[in-house]
Design a protein around this ligand. Structure first.
Ligand SMILES: *Cc1c(COP(=O)(O)O)cnc(C)c1O
Length: 347
């Protein structure tokens, strides 16, 4: 193995989607969020597998991201764009048959003027204050919007990963009030909202992270696995140091493996002190600072010299790495970078 390998288990991905789909009743449609290149795992491949599993509606963050998804899916499935209809997006929305989730009066005007009759959705702000129309804005626009080719009304929960947070019931109530009598499919929940229960499911759910194996979906199967090639093993004497800044000093004779990956591959420097690489089931602690392309790893206790070491596996999951780095699984996945050899398995 010459380069770091990111293996993506497409069966686990499909199973996670099915499990999230099964968490709501059969009248609820489970869509799939494939923004940020399918959370770093490859939007085209991911979308195709999810379509085979039964997803009929996909979400991306910006129109540019939809090109790879449309190419992978062909003309049938709906591709929705969270950022709505931004200036300059019209041709892409038209040519790729995208459904923009309009989030302001300006976007609504732009859309119906540029592409009359073209489908769209509406995004409402129920308290997160990130994207979407506020209640007064929506009240002014609602009748006009409902007379056009509107496909979906959505909002987004700010605290869904904290089930007891009062913001959840508050936003749910505001969403019900703002959409009462609209007779258009409604969507409020991402992964966290699905797990809050049926009051949050409405007509369409929009899972992302849970499909990719991350919290808050605790039952998720791991989807991403990373193996790093060992390019050298050296003996280090007591008193010698490893890596930039001399942050680790050997106190006894040690064997240090150097693996070919680093923070340019999304292995954040901050995770170094708490993170090990694995030789099978055996953890091998990182020694010294994580560099851009190289990491030192203590393999003194191994019986055999490893050819590769695993960073991401069923023990050290994306959420363990995230904890070690002081961040969240989403950020670990989406920062993995372009240098990996991406391998897709479906065994
Ligand atoms: C990213 C995103 C999702 C998916 O969220 P997960 O927490 O990954 O399930 C759903 N809806 C919106 C608006 C998003 O931005």
């Amino acid at each position: 193995m010459a380069t770091a390998t990111l293996t993506i288990d497409l069966n686990a991905l499909a199973e996670n989607w099915r499990a999230l789909d099964a968490a709501s009743n059969s009248g609820v449609e489970t869509a799939a969020v494939v923004k940020a290149n399918g959370y770093g795992l490859g939007a085209g491949r991911v979308a195709r597998v999810l379509a085979q599993a039964g997803a009929r509606r996909f979400f991306v963050a910006v129109a540019e991201e939809a090109a790879a998804v449309r190419e992978a899916l062909g003309p049938g499935p709906e591709i929705c764009v969270f950022s709505g209809h931004m200036s300059g997006d019209t041709d892409m929305i038209h040519d790729l048959h995208l459904t923009p989730m309009l989030n302001s009066i300006d976007q609504m005007l732009r859309h119906v003027e540029a592409l009359p009759g073209h489908p769209f959705g509406v995004q409402l702000d129920t308290g997160m204050n990130r994207l979407g129309m506020e209640p007064a804005e929506w009240a002014a626009l609602r009748d006009i919007a409902l007379a056009q080719n509107i496909r979906l009304i959505m909002s987004h929960l700010a605290c869904a990963d904290e089930p007891d947070h009062p913001m959840n019931t508050y936003q749910q109530r505001v969403f019900v009030e703002m959409t009462e009598g609209c007779n258009v499919p409604r969507s409020l929940s991402a992964t966290g909202g699905i797990l809050l229960g049926p009051d949050y499911h409405f007509d369409v759910t929009r899972p992302g992270i849970g499909m990719y194996g991350g919290l808050p979906f605790e039952q998720a199967k791991p989807v991403a696995h990373i193996a790093l090639p060992v390019i050298q093993i050296r003996e280090v004497e007591p008193g010698e140091t490893v890596g930039y800044g001399n942050t680790w000093t050997a106190t006894a004779p040690a064997r240090i493996a150097t693996v070919a990956a680093g923070y340019a591959d999304g292995i954040h420097r901050a995770m170094g002190p708490k993170t090990s690489l694995y030789a099978g089931e055996t953890p091998c602690p990182i020694r010294g600072r994580i560099s851009m392309d190289l990491i030192g790893v203590d393999v003194t206790h191994l019986d055999e010299d490893p050819k590769e070491l695993s960073l991401l596996n069923h023990v050290q999951t994306v959420d363990v790495l995230a904890d070690n780095a002081g961040t969240i699984g989403y950020e670990i996945l989406t920062s993995l970078g372009a240098r990996y050899r991406r391998r897709y398995t479906s065994s």
